[in-house]
Design a protein around this ligand. Structure first.
Ligand code: MLT
Length: 239
Protein backbone atom coordinates (compact mmCIF):
# COMPACT_ATOMS: atom_id res chain seq x y z
CA UNK A 1 0.00 0.00 0.00
CA UNK A 2 1.59 3.30 -1.13
CA UNK A 3 0.82 6.32 1.01
CA UNK A 4 1.85 9.96 0.99
CA UNK A 5 2.28 11.71 4.31
CA UNK A 6 3.69 15.09 5.25
CA UNK A 7 5.51 15.62 8.54
CA UNK A 8 5.23 19.36 9.08
CA UNK A 9 8.26 19.30 11.38
CA UNK A 10 10.76 16.63 12.49
CA UNK A 11 8.73 15.98 15.67
CA UNK A 12 6.12 14.30 13.45
CA UNK A 13 8.59 11.68 12.22
CA UNK A 14 7.64 8.91 14.64
CA UNK A 15 3.94 9.74 14.53
CA UNK A 16 3.52 8.02 11.17
CA UNK A 17 3.17 4.25 10.68
CA UNK A 18 6.53 2.71 9.92
CA UNK A 19 8.33 5.86 8.77
CA UNK A 20 11.45 3.76 8.40
CA UNK A 21 9.80 1.75 5.59
CA UNK A 22 9.15 4.90 3.51
CA UNK A 23 11.20 7.05 1.25
CA UNK A 24 11.76 10.16 3.34
CA UNK A 25 12.25 13.45 1.51
CA UNK A 26 14.06 15.99 3.67
CA UNK A 27 12.83 19.52 3.01
CA UNK A 28 14.48 22.75 4.11
CA UNK A 29 14.02 24.98 1.10
CA UNK A 30 15.24 28.12 2.97
CA UNK A 31 18.02 27.13 2.75
CA UNK A 32 19.77 23.88 3.70
CA UNK A 33 18.31 21.50 1.11
CA UNK A 34 18.68 24.15 -1.61
CA UNK A 35 22.33 24.68 -0.61
CA UNK A 36 22.90 20.90 -0.71
CA UNK A 37 21.37 20.57 -4.19
CA UNK A 38 23.48 23.52 -5.34
CA UNK A 39 26.69 21.95 -4.04
CA UNK A 40 25.95 18.80 -6.05
CA UNK A 41 25.12 20.87 -9.13
CA UNK A 42 28.57 22.43 -8.77
CA UNK A 43 30.30 19.07 -8.46
CA UNK A 44 30.76 18.30 -4.76
CA UNK A 45 31.59 14.60 -4.25
CA UNK A 46 29.75 14.06 -0.96
CA UNK A 47 28.29 15.95 1.99
CA UNK A 48 28.46 14.63 5.53
CA UNK A 49 25.51 16.13 7.45
CA UNK A 50 26.09 16.50 11.18
CA UNK A 51 23.66 17.66 13.84
CA UNK A 52 25.97 19.51 16.23
CA UNK A 53 28.57 22.26 16.08
CA UNK A 54 30.92 20.04 18.13
CA UNK A 55 30.86 17.34 15.45
CA UNK A 56 31.41 19.98 12.75
CA UNK A 57 34.37 21.36 14.70
CA UNK A 58 35.97 17.96 15.10
CA UNK A 59 35.80 17.44 11.30
CA UNK A 60 37.26 20.93 10.80
CA UNK A 61 40.18 20.04 13.08
CA UNK A 62 40.80 16.95 10.94
CA UNK A 63 41.15 19.21 7.86
CA UNK A 64 37.71 18.83 6.24
CA UNK A 65 35.91 21.68 4.49
CA UNK A 66 32.98 22.50 6.77
CA UNK A 67 29.80 24.56 6.38
CA UNK A 68 28.16 25.70 9.62
CA UNK A 69 25.08 27.86 10.16
CA UNK A 70 22.95 28.77 13.14
CA UNK A 71 19.98 31.13 13.07
CA UNK A 72 20.74 32.07 9.47
CA UNK A 73 24.34 33.13 10.14
CA UNK A 74 27.61 31.52 9.05
CA UNK A 75 29.58 30.51 12.13
CA UNK A 76 33.06 31.97 12.56
CA UNK A 77 35.97 29.67 11.82
CA UNK A 78 34.13 27.53 9.25
CA UNK A 79 34.50 27.56 5.47
CA UNK A 80 30.89 28.13 4.40
CA UNK A 81 27.53 29.12 5.79
CA UNK A 82 24.21 27.94 4.42
CA UNK A 83 23.76 30.20 1.42
CA UNK A 84 23.44 28.34 -1.90
CA UNK A 85 25.84 31.00 -3.24
CA UNK A 86 28.58 29.64 -0.93
CA UNK A 87 28.46 26.34 -2.83
CA UNK A 88 28.91 27.60 -6.39
CA UNK A 89 32.70 27.94 -6.49
CA UNK A 90 35.18 25.71 -8.27
CA UNK A 91 36.74 25.03 -4.82
CA UNK A 92 34.01 22.51 -3.98
CA UNK A 93 34.38 20.30 -7.08
CA UNK A 94 35.11 16.66 -6.14
CA UNK A 95 35.42 17.62 -2.46
CA UNK A 96 33.87 16.16 0.69
CA UNK A 97 32.05 18.82 2.70
CA UNK A 98 30.69 18.53 6.23
CA UNK A 99 27.54 20.53 6.96
CA UNK A 100 25.62 21.51 10.07
CA UNK A 101 22.56 23.80 9.98
CA UNK A 102 19.92 24.93 12.46
CA UNK A 103 17.17 22.58 11.27
CA UNK A 104 17.95 20.82 7.98
CA UNK A 105 20.75 18.58 9.19
CA UNK A 106 18.74 17.77 12.35
CA UNK A 107 15.91 16.49 10.16
CA UNK A 108 18.36 14.28 8.25
CA UNK A 109 19.63 12.91 11.57
CA UNK A 110 16.05 12.16 12.67
CA UNK A 111 15.27 10.19 9.51
CA UNK A 112 18.63 8.55 8.89
CA UNK A 113 17.39 4.96 9.38
CA UNK A 114 14.54 5.24 6.86
CA UNK A 115 14.37 2.96 3.81
CA UNK A 116 15.78 5.82 1.73
CA UNK A 117 16.51 9.45 2.62
CA UNK A 118 16.64 11.95 -0.25
CA UNK A 119 16.93 15.73 -0.48
CA UNK A 120 14.23 17.93 -1.98
CA UNK A 121 14.23 21.58 -3.03
CA UNK A 122 12.40 23.67 -5.63
CA UNK A 123 15.67 23.53 -7.57
CA UNK A 124 15.36 19.74 -8.11
CA UNK A 125 11.54 19.44 -7.93
CA UNK A 126 10.81 17.76 -11.28
CA UNK A 127 13.68 15.25 -11.08
CA UNK A 128 12.68 14.35 -7.53
CA UNK A 129 8.99 13.91 -8.39
CA UNK A 130 9.68 11.86 -11.53
CA UNK A 131 11.84 9.52 -9.49
CA UNK A 132 9.47 9.28 -6.49
CA UNK A 133 6.51 8.45 -8.71
CA UNK A 134 8.36 5.46 -10.17
CA UNK A 135 9.19 3.94 -6.76
CA UNK A 136 6.94 1.25 -5.34
CA UNK A 137 7.11 2.83 -1.88
CA UNK A 138 5.28 5.17 0.46
CA UNK A 139 6.58 8.71 0.72
CA UNK A 140 7.04 10.79 3.85
CA UNK A 141 7.75 14.43 3.08
CA UNK A 142 9.60 15.59 6.19
CA UNK A 143 9.72 19.36 6.65
CA UNK A 144 12.65 20.66 8.71
CA UNK A 145 10.54 23.57 9.94
CA UNK A 146 12.06 25.95 12.47
CA UNK A 147 13.17 24.51 15.80
CA UNK A 148 10.52 21.79 15.63
CA UNK A 149 7.76 24.22 14.63
CA UNK A 150 5.96 24.30 11.31
CA UNK A 151 7.16 26.77 8.71
CA UNK A 152 5.37 27.97 5.63
CA UNK A 153 8.04 27.45 2.97
CA UNK A 154 8.74 23.76 3.68
CA UNK A 155 5.01 23.02 3.90
CA UNK A 156 4.57 24.75 0.55
CA UNK A 157 7.27 22.65 -1.07
CA UNK A 158 5.75 19.47 0.39
CA UNK A 159 2.50 20.52 -1.30
CA UNK A 160 4.28 21.01 -4.62
CA UNK A 161 5.60 17.44 -4.41
CA UNK A 162 2.17 16.01 -3.52
CA UNK A 163 0.68 17.95 -6.43
CA UNK A 164 3.22 16.57 -8.90
CA UNK A 165 3.52 12.95 -7.81
CA UNK A 166 -0.24 12.44 -7.66
CA UNK A 167 -0.38 13.56 -11.31
CA UNK A 168 2.36 11.08 -12.22
CA UNK A 169 1.27 8.02 -10.26
CA UNK A 170 -1.65 6.52 -8.32
CA UNK A 171 -1.20 6.30 -4.58
CA UNK A 172 -3.45 4.16 -2.35
CA UNK A 173 -3.75 6.83 0.32
CA UNK A 174 -3.20 10.56 0.27
CA UNK A 175 -3.29 11.53 3.94
CA UNK A 176 -4.89 14.65 5.35
CA UNK A 177 -1.40 16.07 5.93
CA UNK A 178 -0.64 15.60 2.22
CA UNK A 179 -3.96 17.13 1.18
CA UNK A 180 -3.37 20.07 3.52
CA UNK A 181 0.05 20.76 1.98
CA UNK A 182 -1.36 20.39 -1.54
CA UNK A 183 -4.20 22.84 -0.86
CA UNK A 184 -1.66 25.29 0.54
CA UNK A 185 0.51 24.93 -2.56
CA UNK A 186 -2.47 25.50 -4.83
CA UNK A 187 -3.17 28.78 -3.04
CA UNK A 188 0.45 29.85 -3.46
CA UNK A 189 1.65 28.47 -6.75
CA UNK A 190 1.04 31.56 -8.91
CA UNK A 191 3.46 33.60 -6.81
CA UNK A 192 5.20 31.64 -4.02
CA UNK A 193 7.49 34.58 -3.19
CA UNK A 194 4.51 36.82 -2.51
CA UNK A 195 2.72 34.04 -0.60
CA UNK A 196 5.73 33.73 1.71
CA UNK A 197 6.01 37.48 2.19
CA UNK A 198 5.04 37.50 5.88
CA UNK A 199 6.61 34.13 6.78
CA UNK A 200 9.06 34.15 9.66
CA UNK A 201 12.17 32.75 7.98
CA UNK A 202 11.66 34.90 4.91
CA UNK A 203 11.61 37.96 7.21
CA UNK A 204 14.64 36.62 9.12
CA UNK A 205 16.66 36.16 5.90
CA UNK A 206 15.52 39.51 4.48
CA UNK A 207 16.80 41.22 7.66
CA UNK A 208 20.16 39.52 7.04
CA UNK A 209 20.19 40.91 3.47
CA UNK A 210 19.73 37.44 2.02
CA UNK A 211 16.87 38.21 -0.35
CA UNK A 212 18.85 36.81 -3.28
CA UNK A 213 19.01 33.45 -1.46
CA UNK A 214 15.22 33.45 -1.21
CA UNK A 215 14.82 34.20 -4.90
CA UNK A 216 17.28 31.47 -5.87
CA UNK A 217 15.69 28.95 -3.48
CA UNK A 218 12.27 29.46 -5.07
CA UNK A 219 13.58 28.84 -8.60
CA UNK A 220 12.33 25.65 -10.20
CA UNK A 221 14.42 22.87 -11.69
CA UNK A 222 17.96 24.16 -11.80
CA UNK A 223 19.31 20.62 -11.52
CA UNK A 224 18.21 17.03 -12.05
CA UNK A 225 20.44 15.70 -9.29
CA UNK A 226 18.78 13.99 -6.32
CA UNK A 227 21.10 13.79 -3.31
CA UNK A 228 20.63 10.55 -1.34
CA UNK A 229 21.92 9.50 2.09
CA UNK A 230 24.12 6.42 1.94
CA UNK A 231 26.17 5.34 4.98
CA UNK A 232 25.47 8.73 6.61
CA UNK A 233 26.85 10.64 3.63
CA UNK A 234 24.86 12.48 0.97
CA UNK A 235 25.91 11.49 -2.53
CA UNK A 236 24.51 12.01 -6.01
CA UNK A 237 21.87 9.36 -6.70
CA UNK A 238 22.66 7.12 -9.66
CA UNK A 239 19.46 6.92 -11.68
C1 MLT B 1 18.21 25.53 8.63
O1 MLT B 1 18.82 24.45 8.51
O2 MLT B 1 17.57 25.82 9.60
C2 MLT B 1 18.12 26.59 7.57
O3 MLT B 1 18.50 26.16 6.37
C3 MLT B 1 18.46 27.95 8.09
C4 MLT B 1 19.11 28.88 7.09
O4 MLT B 1 18.42 29.53 6.31
O5 MLT B 1 20.32 29.02 7.10
Amino acid sequence: MRKIEVGFSPVFFNVYDSPNDSIVVIIDVLRATTAICTAFKFGVKEIIPVATIEEALSYKQKGYLVGAERNGLKLDGFDFGNSPYHYMGSNIKDQTIVLTTTNGTQAIETAKNAYKVVIGAFTNLSALCNWLAKQDKSVLLLCSGWKNKLNLEDSLFAGAVVNEITKLSEYDEISDSALCAKYLYNMAKEDPDRFLHHSSHRRRLAKLNLKQDIKYSLTLDLTDIIPILIDNKLVKMKI
